[in-house]
Ligand binder design. Structure first.
Ligand code: F1X
Length: 311
């Protein structure tokens, strides 16, 4: 089983407009509302691939009730821990004309120390059944900055591999716990390391404790730095739509690859195929199955033999 952890679960609201214009008012012709937060999206993708998966994390209040009902209606196994605070909403505005998505993420409800203690105890039970634990998204206020580090340490002690997709201080604070894979995007990588050379920045995060670093580079695909080698994986074509869930589809493939012991080049091919196939879908957590099957055979994976691979 692959356990996904969403500490800042959300009700994701997606608006579609013809063209987003700052300082103008807009007619919203289509609205989607559903349970989200990165880990939830990862579980949606895994479930669609037929992989057993469980959703945990924190959710509460009226918004938490709505998002949990939607999650269950979607057929996902809901093991979210209830908290007193009201879960957040996020708003994504997709501008059809230019294919861009603008995302507004609320910071989330304040989590009390007792909630965190209850969650770590609950998580310690759940990881006993997990081969891989996926830890994703921002931390809501009130959680310790090393929350993900604590969860990585508990998972490792239970024999589960970990994939971490977060940014900023929570990412930096988790590295010394030794996550098996981290998946920053290029902007997040530059923000935590202070420089834009992707290979050098990824090497810096490996030196701080991450075993493998997979960097998502939007329409250019992925760069991966692992203990064995480094690779670039490139999609066959650029697509437009809503790229919001593409990173989550990528993480789902990384987790599935870890769970199955798949060789890195094949895992990266899957990750690029799935994330590219997510872009044309209106909401995060979905992917186009036909495109995915087409891309699996057309993604290019090249061994880049750069100076940062210690082999
Ligand atoms: O504030 P975070 O946790 O970083 O990001 C939250 C979020 O925008 O990410 C997902 C898309 O990746 C959305 O489903 C979700 O609500």
């Amino acid at each position: 089983m692959i356990l996904t952890v969403t500490l800042n679960a959300a009700l994701d609201v997606t608006y579609f407009v013809d063209r987003l214009v700052p300082r103008a008012s807009h007619r919203v012709d289509t609205v989607h509302e559903r349970a989200g937060g990165k880990g939830v999206n990862v579980s949606r993708v895994l479930a669609a691939l037929g992989r057993p998966t469980t959703v945990t994390g924190l959710a509460g209040g009226p918004t938490g009730t709505v998002l949990r009902a939607e999650l269950r209606a979607a057929g996902l196994r809901d093991e979210l821990l209830p908290i007193a605070g009201d879960s957040r909403r996020t708003v994504t505005v997709v501008s059809r004309e230019d294919g861009d998505a603008t995302v507004f993420n609320q910071s989330g409800p304040r989590v009390q120390p007792a909630d965190w203690a209850d969650f770590t105890a609950w998580y310690a039970q759940l990881i006993r059944h997990a081969a891989v634990v996926v830890l994703c998204g921002s931390l809501p206020p009130g959680l310790p900055p090393d929350a993900y580090g604590q969860l990585v340490t508990l998972a490792a002690a239970a024999g589960a591999a970990t994939v971490l997709d977060t940014s900023g201080p929570p990412l930096l604070a988790a590295l010394s716990a030794g996550p098996d894979v981290i998946k920053p995007n290029a902007a997040e990588l530059a923000a935590v390391t202070g420089h834009r050379d992707i290979a050098a920045a990824a090497a810096e995060l490996r030196a701080l404790g991450a075993r493998a670093v997979v960097v998502s580079c939007g329409p250019d695909g992925l760069y991966a730095l692992t203990p064995q080698a480094s690779w670039r994986a490139t999609p066959p074509e650029r697509l437009s739509g809503n790229p919001t869930g593409a990173g989550d589809a990528c993480v789902a493939a990384l987790a599935a690859g870890l769970a199955s012991g798949t060789p890195w080049p094949d895992t990266l091919r899957e990750a690029v195929a799935l994330s590219a196939a997510a872009v044309p879908c209106p909401v995060a957590g979905d992917f186009d199955a036909d495109l995915y099957h087409r891309f699996r055979t057309t993604v290019t994976v090249e061994d880049v033999h750069d100076a940062h691979t210690d082999r």
